[in-house]
Design a protein. Structure first.
Lengths: 557, 196
């Protein structure tokens, strides 16, 4: 029998498995997808970005999405809309495919309610832990998993125990000169973005080779700090990890009221079912799927779903508020830098702005804001060629199309910004089981009701305006931005809130189920509020913290 | 939320690249799906269509092949800064990519149906038309939402071939990449569709 079953191999599953295996415990990791090794990854745009070969076919496995249309809730299965909520079903999960622009949460993100008070229509609460509880694990992630960067003091940069990053930033495109200068002219501070990409070799992982195709692709040098490279490989090397791929968990079985005794799994190739036993179970399937698994594990002791005596399971699902914008730098009007330097491929922008993480302004008011990342438009060739080939609502084709597309690729380059602000938890954003639709294994699919809070839009627009000013100052043309309340399916958290009160939360402060003592949820599900940065660093850090607690439990016997 | 053939679905204007790629795939979201079997089958052994299914599709494709080729060659003619559809084996690419399991089955159907619709609108004359008449026929077809969406789909498919890795049989000698001075990243795939 194994000591621990870990369900999912993404950032959190990897951190838990690594810690437990290093401590000498026998772990089995169950991953629905297959293993794609470092040297099997390629930059095949057709395969990775257009045929979605690393996520399930939506006709086999899908979600249903409930959105308000003309005042009524309408349900659409994702096989019908094509709006996939799968983010990378291979060993290492979506951490293989991330762009890796990471930030820590700010200490005030742990006490949003005490700091900013209630917001009408939003279920804002303080966390049961503080930044200080998580800081050592942010630090561990930075060092062990690998985050490169350069620390500069800033009023909204969270405090850190290590003076600076152990790995310097990845190489940068000359456009950062233009960004920095433009920000400075506007009184804005541009900071170096911490990035989950190694700029120097580390063990058997090679430094970034600037392939020009990073986000949405697996890394072929091991530089990207995926769970697979940074954690699962060393965990396997201990001899304590059993990695079962193509293994989908249908449900968790509890024969006694407060203990899981086995996972019911299905081999995704043969369809054969079996049971996997362990002392302890860690769910790390990505927020919306973790909640679904617990719902699908309902039984007579847990009629409303496993660990759901509070009724909070699946509720307060979080995405990321904000949006994005873009502007074009044209050859003929480029300032400050040479066009050839701008067009040099592969180098990063690595710039973020935290100036509006909190807003306290005599005119604008006092509110929680968000963060901004700058980057080039994604380098994918098909998608860049295919975009915006309309003129007066007619498709451009023939010779005109050739002129237009070639010009786009050779005489300009687009710079983007992305805004991340809190997705306020609210009663109309949750995951439940769909009563009608089932996946190919016969299990009810997750139904996601999605609605953002109006405040999210307000904040996003506030920041977008400021970012557009930066692009203007840079001399960019055709600037636009889009701030929506549409859910960012690649940034998902919540659904199993942690808290001290079993009546209002699913997990305790160690992410252990209040109701089921040998059950933990280690992914981003625990977050009661999301903060205003991408979740990944916090997911890694918190999972290391949870793993330490599990080790302390197991060591007591 | 699934208006039939609106051009760009605002749902997908969020920040992440994957999503944006999906928008740019064209209008797949807008195609209303046919009734779907709730209990699907488990993965088969072959990632391509099964023999019988393949034969049916091949036959159906042959009926519209010349029309699809005619449209592609009109959208991507010779004497453009982009390589011509003819030189890029664009029609063969469309056929082959649609036979892979990863290809959306509703879009596969739509590609065939849209071509049949064009054939019938033009009473079977489209293929033999002069370039001027083809332009008129396609612009008229574009006036309909259905036709506009179909033409957009053909353009997407042609560009997918022209700008993806040459391993897929289009983008011959990297002519598509050379035209844009933009090249696929390293390492390049050594098999189609991640087949290990």
């Amino acid at each position: 029998m194994y000591d621990v079953v870990v369900i999912g191999s993404g950032a959190s599953g990897g951190a838990v498995a690594y810690t437990l295996c290093k401590a000498g415990y026998k772990v089995v990791m169950l991953e629905k997808g297959r293993l794609v090794k470092r040297d099997e990854f390629s930059k095949d745009e057709l395969a990775y970005c257009r045929r979605d070969l690393v996520t399930p076919n939506l006709f086999d496995e899908y979600h249903t999405i409930e959105e308000k249309v003309d005042g009524k809730w309408e349900i659409t299965p994702t096989y019908e809309s094509g709006w996939s909520f799968w983010n990378g079903n291979i060993v290492g999960g979506s951490s293989n495919l991330m762009s890796g622009m990471l930030h820590r949460l700010h200490p005030d993100d742990f006490r949003l309610k005490s700091k900013y008070g209630e917001i009408k229509g939003a279920n804002v609460v303080d966390w049961p832990i503080t930044y200080d509880d998580l800081e050592p694990y942010y630090d561990l992630t930075e060092e062990l998993v690998g985050v490169s960067g350069h620390y500069e003091k800033h009023k909204y940069e969270p405090p850190r125990s290590r003076t600076n990053f152990t790995q310097p930033p990845t190489n940068e495109n000359a456009v950062v000169k233009l960004i920095d200068k433009s920000c400075k002219a506007l009184g804005i501070t541009s900071l170096v973005t911490p990035r989950a990409v190694l700029s120097r070799d580390k063990g058997d992982r090679n430094a970034c080779y600037y392939s020009n195709f990073c986000g949405s692709y697996g890394c072929s040098s091991g530089a990207k700090s995926s769970s697979r490279e940074a954690l699962i490989k060393p965990a396997l090397a201990t001899g304590n990890l059993t990695l079962l791929t193509n293994t989908h968990v249908k449900s968790l079985h509890t024969s006694q009221k407060d203990e899981v005794d086995y996972a019911v799994v299905v081999d995704t190739i043969t369809g054969k079912e079996r049971h996997i036993k362990a002392k302890l179970f860690v769910v790390a399937a990505q927020a919306h799927e973790s909640a679904r698994l617990l719902f699908n594990s309902a039984n007579k002791y847990h009629p409303e779903g496993l660990a759901n005596s509070s009724g909070e399971l699946g509720k307060n699902l979080l995405f990321s508020g904000g949006g994005s914008g873009q502007g074009e730098l044209h050859k003929e009007s480029l300032k400050e830098i040479k066009f050839e330097d701008l067009m040099q491929t592969g180098l990063f922008i690595n710039r973020s702005v935290l100036d509006w993480y909190f807003v306290d302004h005599w005119w604008d008011g006092t509110f929680k804001g968000g963060s901004v990342e700058f980057m080039f438009e994604h380098q994918n060739i098909i998608s860049r060629a295919r975009k915006d080939n309309y003129k007066n609502a007619k498709l451009v084709w023939g010779k005109d199309l050739g002129d237009r597309v070639v010009k786009r690729f050779t005489e300009q380059k687009s710079v983007r910004f992305e805004i991340f602000n809190d997705w306020l938890p609210n009663d109309n954003c949750f995951v439940a089981l769909d009563k009608t639709y089932k996946d190919k294994y016969g299990m009810p699919v997750g139904k996601l009701r999605l609605e953002g809070h109006p405040q999210d839009i307000k904040v996003g627009k506030y920041i977008a305006k400021k970012c557009e000013r930066i692009l203007e100052e840079m001399g960019a043309k055709n600037i636009y931005s889009s701030v929506t309340s549409s859910a960012s399916q690649n940034l998902v958290a919540g659904g199993c809130r942690f808290g001290n009160d079993p009546k209002t939360s699913v997990l305790n402060k160690y992410c252990q189920a209040h109701d089921v003592s040998n059950l933990f949820v280690a992914d981003a599900s625990f977050m009661p509020t999301g903060g205003s940065v991408a979740y990944t660093w916090t997911i890694y850090a918190n999972a290391f913290r949870v793993a330490d607690h599990i080790v302390s439990i197991l060591s007591r016997g | 939320m699934c208006s039939l053939f609106s051009s760009v679905h605002l749902k997908y204007t969020k920040r992440d690249y994957d999503t944006i790629n999906k928008i740019l795939k064209g209008n797949m979201k807008m195609i209303k799906r046919r009734q779907f079997l709730i209990f699907g089958t488990l993965l088969g052994v072959s990632p391509y269509l099964k023999a019988k299914e393949f034969n049916v599709f091949e036959k159906a494709f042959q009926e519209v092949e010349a029309t699809i080729a005619g449209v592609q060659e009109h959208l991507f003619p010779r004497a453009s800064k982009l390589p011509s559809a003819k030189k890029m084996n664009s029609t063969q690419f469309v056929f082959e990519t649609m036979t892979h399991k990863s290809f959306d089955k509703d879009i596969r159907e739509f590609v065939l149906d849209g071509a049949k619709e064009l054939i019938s609108r033009e009473n079977g004359h489209f293929v033999a038309m002069s370039s001027v008449d083809k332009e008129k026929a396609l612009r008229a077809y574009e006036e309909t939402n259905y036709g506009s969406s179909w033409l957009s789909r053909i353009m997407t498919l042609t560009m997918e071939g022209m700008f993806c890795d040459p391993i897929y049989g289009s983008n011959v000698k990297e002519a598509g990449w050379k035209a844009l001075h933009s090249f696929g990243g390293q390492p390049r795939p050594d098999a189609r569709y991640l087949d290990v």
